[in-house]
Design a protein around this ligand. Structure first.
Ligand code: ZN
Length: 398
C-alpha cells in the first residue's frame, strides 16, 4: 500500500496541523509560557513567543514582543522521546508503548503536529496492528477498547507515528542518541534564511532555540530544517519536498541574488575543503586554482564568513568558519588575529547556544575552551612569534 492511500484511511480531516494549511484567522492562537531565557536576557513580562496559526504554513511560532538577538526563546524537554532503535519494527513497537504512557494532553499536542505522508513505510501499519493484537488498550477511564473504538485508536496511532517521524529531532539522553518531539520547537517553520538556531543542549539536557538576530513583535521564528550546505534552490526544494512535503517560499528561494551568493559560498567552501584535504581533489571541473598556502586559505575563509553575514546566515557554520580563520591565523603566528577570530566565533556560539557549553569541552569543540587553550594559563598568550598582519595581504598580491 502506498503512503497516500494509507493516509486516506486516517481521517485526515481531523488533522489541523497540516502544512500548508488552509487560511485561518491569525487571531486564533494558543499561548505557551516559555522557560527563562539566557541569563543575559532582560526580564520579560509574559511569554516571549506563542504558537499561532498562519495563513500558509499551518501553525508557527511567533514573537509576542521585541526579542533581542541571542535570546533563548525555547528550552524544553521532549513530550515523547526514544533511543534510536536498530530496526524499524522495533521503533514502532516502542512508539506504541510510549504513546500508551502519555497523558491525554501530551497526546493532543503530538496529534496537532504536521504529518508528512511520505514518512510512512509500508510495514508500519502491520507493525502497529501486531502491537494492538499483543496488547490491551484502554481509554482515558481505564476501560479496555474493543471493536470499532479499538480500530479507530489504531488509525490514530498510525497518524501520530507520522507526526512523530515528521517532527522528531536528534537528542542525546543518558549517553545514547535518540529522537524526540517537542511542544514548542516542533511548531517552528522552515526558512532557508532562518532567524533562529535549534539544538539539543547536552549540558542542560534540554532542547533550545535561540534567535540569531533581533525579532520584532509578531515576527515569525524560523529555523532551517536543512543543514547549511549552500545547496542550490533546486536541491533544497527537493530535500524539503521529500522529507517534509512542502515548497519553500522564503526570500532565498525567490531572490536570484541570494542564489548567486550561495553559489559563490559553495565555491569558496569547496576551495577550503580541498585545501584542508591537501588539494587531493582539486575541483578541476570548475576550473579553479587550488589554494596554495595558509595565507590564501585565510583570505578565502574570511570572505566566506563575510558572505554568510551579508546573507543573514548567522549560523553554526559561521562559528566553524571563524574557528578555521582562528586556526589559520595561529599557524601564521598572528596570535592577535587568531584571538580576534576566536572571540567572534565565541560571540556567535554564545548567541546560538547560550553559555552552557560544558558538553563541548572535549576536543576543544566549544569556542570558550579553544580560546582558553590558545591564550594559555591566566589568559596570557603563549610565547608565539608574531608576524606582521599584512603578510597575508602580501601573499595574496603575489
Ligand atoms: Zn527557502
Amino acid at each position: 500500500m502506498d503512503s497516500a492511500s494509507l493516509m486516506e484511511q486516517l481521517h485526515l480531516e481531523d488533522q489541523d496541523g497540516s502544512f500548508p494549511a488552509d487560511a485561518t484567522s491569525s487571531s486564533e492562537h494558543e499561548s505557551f509560557v516559555t522557560s527563562q531565557s539566557s541569563p543575559d536576557t532582560a526580564e520579560q513580562s509574559g511569554p516571549m513567543v506563542e504558537v499561532r496559526k498562519t495563513d500558509t504554513m499551518g501553525y508557527g511560532l511567533f514573537a509576542t514582543q521585541k526579542i533581542p538577538r541571542g535570546t533563548r526563546v525555547v528550552s524544553e524537554k521532549p513530550i515523547l522521546q526514544m533511543h534510536d532503535p536498530e530496526y524499524r519494527a522495533q521503533l514502532i513497537e516502542r512508539f506504541c508503548t510510549m504513546l500508551s504512557q502519555l497523558s491525554s494532553e501530551e497526546i493532543e499536542t503530538l496529534s496537532q503536529l504536521y504529518c508528512n505522508p511520505k514518512v510512512f513505510k509500508e510495514e508500519d501499519r502491520d507493525a502497529i496492528l501486531k502491537w494492538y493484537n499483543a496488547n490491551s488498550v484502554t481509554d482515558a477511564n481505564g476501560q479496555e477498547l474493543k471493536g470499532k473504538k479499538r480500530q479507530e485508536s489504531r488509525k490514530k496511532t498510525l497518524r501520530r507515528l507520522g507526526c512523530f517521524l515528521t517532527n522528531c529531532s536528534g537528542i542525546v539522553s543518558d549517553g545514547k542518541t535518540g529522537r524526540g518531539v517537542f511542544a514548542l520547537f516542533s511548531r517552528i517553520n522552515h526558512s532557508c534564511v532562518p532567524n533562529a538556531r535549534y539544538g539539543w543542549n547536552e549540558t542542560i539536557q534540554r532542547f533550545t532555540v535561540h534567535v540569531s538576530r533581533d525579532l520584532a513583535p509578531d515576527e515569525q521564528v524560523f529555523i532551517s530544517y536543512l543543514p547549511l550546505t549552500y545547496d542550490s534552490r533546486a536541491t533544497r526544494a527537493e530535500q524539503l519536498e521529500e522529507s517534509w512535503g512542502f515548497e519553500c517560499a522564503c526570500v532565498a528561494c525567490s531572490d536570484p541574488a541570494s542564489e548567486m551568493a550561495r553559489v559563490k559560498m559553495s565555491v569558496l567552501q569547496l576551495l577550503l575543503t580541498s585545501y584542508e584535504q591537501g588539494n587531493k581533489e582539486v575541483p578541476e571541473i570548475m576550473q579553479l586554482e587550488p589554494l596554495k598556502n595558509r595565507g590564501e586559505a585565510l583570505l578565502i575563509a574570511d570572505q566566506l564568513a563575510k558572505l554568510l553575514i551579508s546573507e543573514g546566515l548567522v549560523s553554526m557554520e559561521l562559528v566553524k568558519i571563524y574557528r578555521t580563520c582562528s586556526q589559520l591565523s595561529l599557524w601564521l603566528d598572528d596570535l592577535d588575529e587568531a584571538t580576534e577570530y576566536a572571540e567572534k566565533a565565541l560571540d556567535i556560539e554564545h548567541c546560538l547556544i547560550g553559555p552552557e557549553t560544558e558538553h563541548l569541552r572535549e576536543g576543544l569543540v566549544g569556542c570558550q575552551y579553544w580560546l582558553e587553550k590558545m591564550q594559555g594559563p591566566e589568559g596570557k598568550p603563549r610565547g608565539l612569534k608574531r608576524r606582521k598582519r599584512d603578510m597575508r595581504r602580501r601573499l595574496n598580491s603575489v
